[in-house]
Design a protein around this ligand. Structure first.
Ligand code: PLP
Ligand code: ZN
Length: 418
């Protein structure tokens, strides 16, 4: 039933059994899930996939669980669609949106990682789950844990958007608002996790959790008819999504489902918190040891991406460089403009993180880094209903009238041509 064989240190290659291991005891490197790709190749075929349910679990051989999935049965398989009107606005030929703003049940791509993490946490026998979060992970852990009947502790920076806080509290977790940055929340959670027997999805079971992000890329490729796009623009917080899109493309190649993927990956961050983008942009060639991610103190409206000391910053940088891609950052002003542009052209209301991604894609196209005649996927990973604060007074106003035809016609005289 299970095709994952164990864990492996990303730094020194030391192998570990399928247990709760997240740092290598030899070199303190992070560990990653290993699979038996030869066995997977026998059963994971396009024909087999065609008959499977449209959720992220259609890729279950490539996910680190042992039994049947038990959490997030309806998560994943979000729409990927051609964005004609946005393409026209950006002056490009072939543009797609991969839209996790409508993810079930909590409207962000975090439903993918949490579905996998909590299924695995239950297999380990945990009855309590927890996370350190910039908002979306909190929403998703709280919701999935509620449905799975697990106790849930959610740790967030105290200054998150109201929409993100309500969208966690509704599931009745223990919500702990920490007076500090996400990086301080995360450090505290590492300490708490060492003392309490809880599954911290992004800490002690992180290797399992992170694998869920691969499904975002499997879907992009499958939904494009098994034709990987030439460019993918990806928002980065901890940098994990970038590394897992890279891994997923390599796996599809290894399994013979696609030919060589020449997909270039681009990291998108807010200018007020761009440690990964800064590292990619300042890399001047030379050995990987020269890649050093300098932590920053976040100051941006894109709070879901506001991780100043990204856990996977080094690996994300490597994946982007190896793909021949690039990076750029967006100001708060550009983020809001991009949120509006996406809504006005494609009818998609994304959160600030989606604004970051689109604003960065726009820059990369204008600079000529992404050629206008090649296929581009923009990763929209969260929903705008959760981050309304930056839009107040920036989206215009409705017209207020009396409930009469006369009032309607006089207030809208200009538009109606009276
Ligand atoms: C968490 C998150 C990301 C980035 O995730 P990482 O894997 O930590 O880089 C992107 N978009 C949204 C909306 C998120 O919540
Ligand atoms: Zn190691």
């Amino acid at each position: 039933m299970s095709f994952f064989v164990g864990l492996k240190c990303r730094q020194c290659g030391h192998l570990y059994p399928k247990e709760v291991v997240f740092v290598c005891e030899y070199c303190f490197g992070s560990v990653e899930v290993e699979y038996d790709y030869e066995a997977i190749r026998q059963v994971f075929t396009k024909a087999a996939l065609a008959t499977r349910p449209k959720s992220l679990w259609r890729y279950r051989e490539l996910l680190p669980i042992e039994g049947d999935p038990t959490v997030g049965l309806f998560s994943g398989y979000t729409p990927l669609f051609r964005a004609e009107r946005l393409a026209q606005a950006l002056g490009v030929d072939e543009l797609y949106i991969k839209d996790d703003s409508v993810s079930h049940p909590t409207l962000s791509f975090k439903d993918r990682v949490v579905s996998v993490a909590l299924t695995r946490a239950r297999e380990f026998g945990f009855d309590t789950v927890a996370c350190a979060s910039t908002g979306n992970l909190a929403n998703s852990v709280a919701a999935h844990a509620a449905r799975a009947g697990l106790a849930r502790y959610i740790f967030i920076p105290a200054d998150l958007e109201a929409g993100k806080i309500v969208a966690s509290l509704i599931y009745h977790p223990t919500l702990v608002a920490v007076e500090g940055t996400y990086d301080e929340v995360n450090r505290l959670c590492a300490e708490i996790g060492a003392k309490y027997p809880w599954a911290f999805v992004n800490i002690n079971i992180r290797p399992y959790y992170a694998e869920g992000s691969k499904t975002y890329a499997y879907e992009i490729v499958e939904q494009l008819g098994w034709r990987p796009p030439q460019h993918i623009v990806i928002p980065a917080a901890g940098g994990s999504l970038i590394t897992k899109i890279s891994k997923a493309l390599k796996e599809l190649k290894l399994l013979g489902l696609i030919d060589e993927a020449h997909t270039r990956l681009y990291a998108a961050q807010a200018t007020g918190c761009a440690p990964i983008v800064n590292t990619i942009k300042s890399y001047a060639g030379g050995p990987d040891d020269d890649i050093i991610v300098k932590p920053v103190k976040p100051n941006t409206i894109a709070k879901s991406l506001a991780i100043g000391n990204p856990a996977d910053g080094y690996y994300a940088t490597r994946c982007v460089l190896e793909s021949g891609g690039g990076a750029a950052s967006a100001s708060d002003e550009e983020i809001v403009e991009a949120m509006k542009l996406l809504a006005e052209t494609e009818g998609v209301f994304t959160e600030t993180a989606g604004g970051v991604t689109l604003a960065v894609a726009k820059q990369l196209i204008e600079q000529g880094t992404i050629p206008r005649d090649e296929s581009i996927v923009i990763c929209i990973t969260g929903n705008g209903l959760k981050t309304q604060e930056p839009l107040v007074n920036r989206v215009g106003q409705g017209v207020r009238i009396k409930p009469t035809l006369a009032s309607f016609e006089s207030q809208l005289a200009d538009q109606l041509g009276h």
